[in-house]
Design a protein around this ligand. Structure first.
Ligand code: ADP
Ligand code: MG
Length: 163
């Protein structure tokens, strides 16, 4: 059923956190066009940024297989967030369910509403630790190198154009 090496981060710090994550995994599979190949353990982590006094998060990473395009997959993730009563009010504020597309094989997408690989994933241990549980280390390291090289190259060309 389409492509593998697709990774999604799940997070919750409002309401029944584990239940939000567990039901999100079921909802991903309910239309039959996404398969959840595996899911990491649940990691309890302190919130990063946002208003003070937020609860800790439960985070996990799931590996998916699907023929949906990255954009269609993002739309599906956002539908599921909304079903869980997700409201976007404060930046980095508390959320019942956050679903982020981390990696879509080795695709690089740089659009205003969709950036893949997820730009902030590499430095966030609440993403990288569960990701390492479900991802082959060699493949992930290769991708990290390519992403860094790609970003440096595009910054270099941007600088040259500005000169
Ligand atoms: P965050 O997850 O960064 O705390 P949100 O979940 O509110 O914030 O997402 C804000 C916006 O990020 C979304 O409207 C979405 O269009 C955009 N976005 C860009 N790249 C991605 C990605 N790889 N995965 C999920 N959302 C993304
Ligand atoms: Mg998000």
């Amino acid at each position: 059923m389409g492509n593998g090496h697709i990774y999604v981060a799940l997070g919750s710090n409002q309401g029944p956190r584990a239940e939000h994550l567990r039901s999100a995994l079921h909802e991903l599979e309910e239309r039959g066009d996404i398969r959840v190949l595996r899911c990491s353990s649940l990691h309890e982590t302190a919130p990063v940024g946002g208003p003070a006094g937020q609860r800790d998060y439960l985070n996990a990473v799931a590996e998916l297989q699907t023929a949906l395009s990255p954009r269609d997959l993002l739309a599906r993730l956002q539908q599921i967030e909304q079903r869980h009563g997700r409201r976007r009010t404060v930046r980095n504020g508390p959320r019942t369910l956050d679903l982020d597309l981390l990696l879509y094989d080795d695709e690089v997408i740089d659009e205003p509403d969709l950036t893949v690989p997820h730009p902030r994933m590499w430095t966030r241990s609440f993403v990288m630790e569960p990701l390492r549980e479900v991802c082959e280390p060699g493949w992930l390291d290769g991708l990290a190198r390519a992403t860094r090289a790609g970003r440096l190259r595009s910054e270099y060309f941007q600088l040259r154009q500005e000169q």
